[in-house]
Design a protein around this ligand. Structure first.
Ligand code: ATP
Ligand code: AH0
Length: 385
């Protein structure tokens, strides 16, 4: 068994999810035990600075360096906290904070770009634990999107001998992994892509509607009291991204502040109440997910497993259930894997695989030319006496 810490802050920029995981086995035949889990919210000013950069604010190189280090310190602190009361972990896998993601686009920019802040060298030195970071760059160098990376972990931990499954993450951005029945050439048949907005537009709308007093629609109850405006959903679904064939990835660069402003402008003609607006934005997330399955999957799954914060949005979950009928919609918790901490667990596994010499990407998910080792290894400085 190897004790590994996984750390990530996702596109919602709400804080650092930390998982302390005991991992054994090799490649896709691994077993994990979640020993400890916690979310450490960002200090409010740091969150604001990150969101501003994600929304395109110009900052100087000095400010970039300072932001990189502030994020690394917050991640290092999360790693220190999660291990209290446990044996010393061997390894940290730290995703860092995505602040910019540009998918490759043929033929103009055949190589994409993805920037995660919170440098691993600093985390290794502050914690004294070897840290793997910068997981996306090797896949991008191999011609891939560098995302989504979690599908290989989904394959290892959530594949089933008799059941084809979709694993749908609903974070700021949504992403799906279709995992066929685990037999024959199942690995080659996996499909995965970013489905589009998860909670990003919803969260921004809630902030807008409450003048910043609320940051999300708890359990989806506000949206549940409204009615989706079907013509608007139809109109929004005509966005190019939803028709791009996989592999594909996206981020707050597309489904962020400017996108919401356009949605608000479009909604004016329909004089929607705040609840109707939230119901309509929720429907966009749901409809874009279902549309992408019907368009790009070889067949519908036998079960849908939800994870990410959006799996707590009961209205969103109910709408998914209705549109996907008769496919059962449950959370990954119900099959034994934490829906809230799956991404943090995934980066612990990716660090473990990096050390075992096991590739972390799935070319069918990211579009890379080949499987590659993911992550750069940073050993802590040895302090001489
Ligand atoms: N109880 C709840 N009810 C409704 N929505 C919720 C609830 N809890 C969390 N969320 C939503 O989930 C979001 C956070 O989800 P999560 O932490 O999975 O995102 P992320 O990991 O930052 O994003 P990504 O997966 O795109 O990187 C919140 O911003 C909120 O919109
Ligand atoms: C560039 C980036 O950070 N992408 C995230 C984002 O959040 C969800 C979706 O878009 C996914 O593709 C990815 O994260 C997860 C951890 C992944 O790589 O699988």
């Amino acid at each position: 068994m190897t004790l590994v810490i996984g750390l990530i802050s996702g596109t919602s920029v709400d804080g650092i999810d930390a998982a302390l995981v005991d991992i054994s086995g090799t490649d896709l035949d691994i077993k994990i035990e979640l020993v400890a889990r916690a979310t450490y919210p960002y200090p409010a000013d740091l969150r604001e600075r990150i969101l501003a950069v994600c929304a395109g604010a110009a900052i100087s190189m000095a400010q970039l360096a300072e932001l990189d280090d502030a994020i690394a310190c917050t991640f290092a602190q999360a790693a220190q906290n999660i291990q209290i009361g446990h044996e010393n972990p061997t390894l940290i896998g730290s995703h860092g904070q995505t602040v910019y993601h540009k998918p490759p686009s043929q033929p103009i920019t055949p190589i994409g770009y993805s920037l995660q802040l919170g440098r691993g060298e600093s985390i290794a030195n502050q914690t004294g634990i070897t840290t793997v970071s910068n997981f996306r760059v090797a896949d991008i160098a191999a011609g891939g999107h560098g995302a989504p990376l979690v599908p290989r972990i989904d394959a290892a931990l959530l594949s089933h001998p008799q059941e084809a499954r979709c694993i749908q993450n609903i974070g700021g951005i949504g992403n799906v992994a279709y995992i066929p029945v685990r037999r024959d050439n199942w690995l080659e048949k996996i499909r995965a892509w970013d489905t589009g907005p998860g909670n990003s537009l919803l969260d921004l709308a809630v902030e807008h509607l409450t003048d910043g007093a609320k940051t999300y629609d708890e359990n989806g109850s506000w949206a549940a009291s409204g009615t989706p405006c079907s013509p608007l959903v139809e109109h929004w679904l005509s966005q190019d991204y939803f028709y791009l064939p996989p592999p594909k990835s996206t981020g707050r660069e597309l489904f962020g502040v400017d996108y919401l402003h356009q949605c608000l402008q479009d909604a004016q003609a329909y004089q929607l109440s705040p609840a109707d607006l939230l119901a309509t934005l929720t429907e966009l997330t749901v409809a874009s997910i279902v549309h992408s399955y019907r368009t790009f999957l070889p067949q519908m799954p036998q079960r849908l497993l939800l994870c990410g914060g959006g799996s707590r949005n009961l209205y969103l979950k109910r709408r998914l259930q209705v549109l996907l009928e008769p496919v059962p919609v449950v959370t990954t918790d119900e099959v034994g894997l934490s829906a809230d901490f799956k991404e943090a667990i995934a980066f612990a596994v990716l660090a473990y695989w990096r050390f075992m010499g096991t590739p972390g990407n799935l070319p069918t998910a990211t579009g890379a030319r080949q499987e590659v080792l993911l992550g750069q290894i940073h050993s802590p400085l040895v302090v001489s006496a």
